[in-house]
Design a protein around this ligand. Sequence first.
Ligand code: OGA
Ligand code: MN
Length: 277
Amino acid sequence: MSVAELVRLSHEPIKPKIGSRILNSKAELMSGDLAAPLRQLLEERGVLIFPEINFTDAEQVALTKMVGKFLPEIDGEEVYNISLDQRVNKKSEYLKGSLYWHIDGTMNKVPIGACILSSKVLPTWGGATEFCNTYAAYDELPAAKKAEIERLRVAHSAWTTLFYYEPEPAQAKLEEMMAIGETELPLVWSHGSGRKSLVLGATADHVVGMNWTESARLLNGLREWATSEPFHYSHEWKVGDAVMWDNTGTMHRARPYDPDCGRLLHRTKTSGEEPIV
Ligand code: OGA
Ligand code: MN
């Protein structure tokens, strides 16, 4: 038996219903032996923290490949710069929506599977990343609420998020966001695993066929519930931290920060394995 085969995943929970800290060394993680237990823990815990692990981009890409099928950016880039500075990220405009609770890729046929962020430059103020566990939030709903929402469908669109950060946009800008398209998704995602999670976030516009006021009441109430204390974890970054999340069973958002402060995170991701059904 080789020494590598003795490597065990070493971890501790952060909160009962979300988040675990991974305590293995970088060398242990890079050995590849921990891929299967990492995948399993990610699904169970929603968010995994690798404190001050200081991954290079190549190491971050390697870790991402261990937990799923690597998905490069549309332009082929493997690592995406999360920065509100237009000189660092030409598409930084789209990141303004990341300050509101969301699931990555709800507008795609299959949303993103897992994501990893690594901190490169800290913000001067603000800029924590918050997560919530949408599996646990669903599981703990009262039975009557589960029955009420079981078959509901929700219209999602990218343009809905525009109004969060720009209430009176230029018409051309609205048209540009509308061109991204619209989609209809179930409010409750029945995963292949048999587990269920809530599908909410800033792209969720209205419940199909429901009175507008009732729809807003329901979606806002569920968002408040899903992001409430028991299901919620806020990550205050240190340079070199890496955070991995299961995008299929969580929502996340960035807290406000100085857009000119240089805050920089490197992001990698895997393609999801199942559509939202
Ligand atoms: C993302 C995202 C949040 C942050 O990378 O998808 O939403 O804290 N980032 O920058
Ligand atoms: Mn995001």
